[in-house]
Design a protein around this ligand. Structure first.
Ligand code: NAD
Ligand code: 44H
Length: 397
């Protein structure tokens, strides 16, 4: 009797969303998961412990599931082993952070290049909070430094790249929790189906396959993440510990609602999303980010402010489009102002860099270099005023 081959997934980033969501869904879909990470302590724990728990918390109570059938490889020290795993895997996923994609690309490229001819193309799905994260990873993989140019023409026979939108709040974990991950019950994982049109899509339970991802990723980033970051940055400024604490403050709650009114106007018009459906979505997001069981620190949600203030991200992205249409983006500008004031310099390298740029650059330089706006854009002078105000306040302190 023919035995069915066990499917294998290599997942880069054994952190919160990696262990708590992506690996959990791959495991539940019958994959053996090979984690790749640079954190030696997490790798050692994964290799010495045969299972860990994923604990869903919420108003409805707590449920636990057990994840097993995984291995882990240190991508810094065991590159050759990792290349072999990728060469023979069915799926490569990652949740390492958008700025890390360029660092994992070389090893993924080598694994793809060594893929045996008789295997179907590997599915590559980046699970980051960023528009087109898989495209970004693919660009790095296909860079001549990583894939020889004579191997590009038939590269699609070895790999297919699909963008995704991934949504589940996984806070930083208690240091004593070991590998276990506490997270919210809600999840949404939407992935492009188009790259697999001449093959079948990978069989991963829970994925919503769509032809056009743009409305899903923009709706997610400009609602969940805009709302989350607005609460976190206003919360940090008002000395709140968690996003839940921030949302107990009526002023912050109003700022979040106003920011999501701004982005809803854009999303509804741009993507033809039903206004009532968007209102219900916003309501659900506010309930989700107000989850008292999650203990989600404002420093985690506000992490990497340079990334969050960049052109295609949760504030400047929608605000630039709204400004071009002469529509209200004032709450997004207020939230961006709070992001500029996020000075978590001890823990966050980008925050330190931002603080330096705010003291050494002109407002115009900050807006061009950090927010990626050009003087010809309608948002540009508004954002210059915001930076000028923050810099003036800093001079007074
Ligand atoms: N936590 C969430 O709620 C959530 C939800 C949706 C999407 N995301 C996205 O997922 C990504 C990861 O977020 P997270 O919260 O899990 O962060 P995290 O810090 O918990 O996990 C990131 C992991 O990547 C590893 N890593 C860093 N550099 C690496 C490298 N060069 N090679 C391999 N591994 C490397 C780190 O050691 C860490 O284990 C981000 O893009 C984030 O926006 C997070
Ligand atoms: O991961 P970031 O830094 O892009 O954003 C922080 C949080 O808003 C984010 O991790 C959310 O928890 C997540 O996007 C929910 O799906």
């Amino acid at each position: 009797m023919a035995t069915q081959k066990v499917k294998k997934a290599v997942h880069f980033g054994a952190g919160n969303i990696g262990r708590g969501f992506v690996a959990c869904f791959l495991h539940n879909s019958g994959y053996e998961v090979v984690f790749a990470d640079v954190n030696a302590s997490v790798i050692d724990k994964l290799n010495s412990q045969p299972s860990y728990k994923v604990i869903e918390v919420g108003a409805e109570g707590t449920t636990e599931s057990v994840i097993s059938n995984y291995r882990a490889i240190n991508s810094k020290t065991h590159e050759a082993e990792l290349i072999q795993e990728i060469a023979t895997a069915d799926v490569v996923t990652c949740s390492v952070g958008p700025n890390i994609l360029k660092f994992i690309a070389p090893v993924v490229a080598k694994g793809i290049d060594q893929r045996p001819n008789d295997l179907p193309p590997i599915a590559v799905i980046a699970c980051e909070n960023a528009i087109g994260a898989t495209d970004t990873l693919a660009e790095h993989i296909k860079d001549p430094q990583n894939t020889p140019s004579h191997r590009i023409e038939d590269h699609h026979e070895r790999a297919r790249y699909a963008n995704s939108a991934i949504d589940r709040i996984v806070p930083a974990q208690d240091p004593d929790a070991g590998l276990d991950v506490k997270l919210e019950k809600f999840y949404e994982w939407v992935v492009e189906s188009e790259p697999f049109k001449d093959h079948s899509v990978p069989s991963i339970e829970g994925i919503n396959w769509v032809e056009n991802l743009e409305p899903f990723i923009e709706r997610k980033l400009y609602t969940v993440n805009t709302g989350h970051a607005t609460a976190a940055y206003h919360g940090y400024h008002r000395k709140k510990r968690t996003v839940y604490d921030a949302l107990q403050d009526r002023f912050i709650q109003q700022e979040v609602k106003k920011a999501l009114d701004n982005t809803s106007e854009l999303i509804v018009e741009k993507h033809g999303i039903d206004a009532d459906a968007q209102r219900a979505y916003v309501k659900k997001i506010i309930t989700r980010i107000s989850n008292p069981h999650l203990e989600d620190a404002v420093e985690r949600v506000g992490r990497a402010p340079l990334r969050k203030l960049s052109r295609k991200e949760r504030f400047i992205g929608p605000a630039a489009e709204l400004a071009e249409k002469d529509k209200d983006c004032s709450a997004l500008l207020d939230a961006a102002e709070m992001a500029l004031r996020f000075q978590n310099v001890e823990e966050d390298a980008e925050s330190k860099e931002l603080a330096k740029a705010m003291t050494s650059s002109t407002p115009e330089e900050v807006v061009q270099q950090i927010c990626g706006l050009q003087p010809s854009e309608k948002l540009y002078p508004k954002m210059v005023d915001v930076v000028r105000r923050v810099q003036a306040d800093a001079m007074e302190d």
